[in-house]
Write a protein that binds this ligand. Sequence first.
Ligand SMILES: [Zn+2]
Length: 105
Amino acid sequence: MTLGRDAMTPLTVLSVSETIYHNLLTSIVQDIVSRTTSRQQLQDARYPGLAPLHHDQRGALDVYGRPKPQEASVYFRCPNCSRDLSANRFAAHLERCMSRGARRG
Ligand SMILES: [Zn+2]
């Protein structure tokens, strides 16, 4: 409590109001700062020298500073038929691949 932090301040409605408001503000600031500080300390202890995530003003690069990959050049292996297929064709492939498998089974 910081009531009477200045003994010379007369107790008026205004000064008591300000003290209550100050107490409210201080406890909120202390709460936020202690949470942020301890989270940062934990992160520094676990991952020393961790680089912050990349922020691109233009919105072209991702959080690692890399451009968007061409999805057509990314390949998945279908777990059903073990064929490699383009990532942006995977859903369309599954529709045919899974129904074919069901018919056979
Ligand atoms: Zn398949």
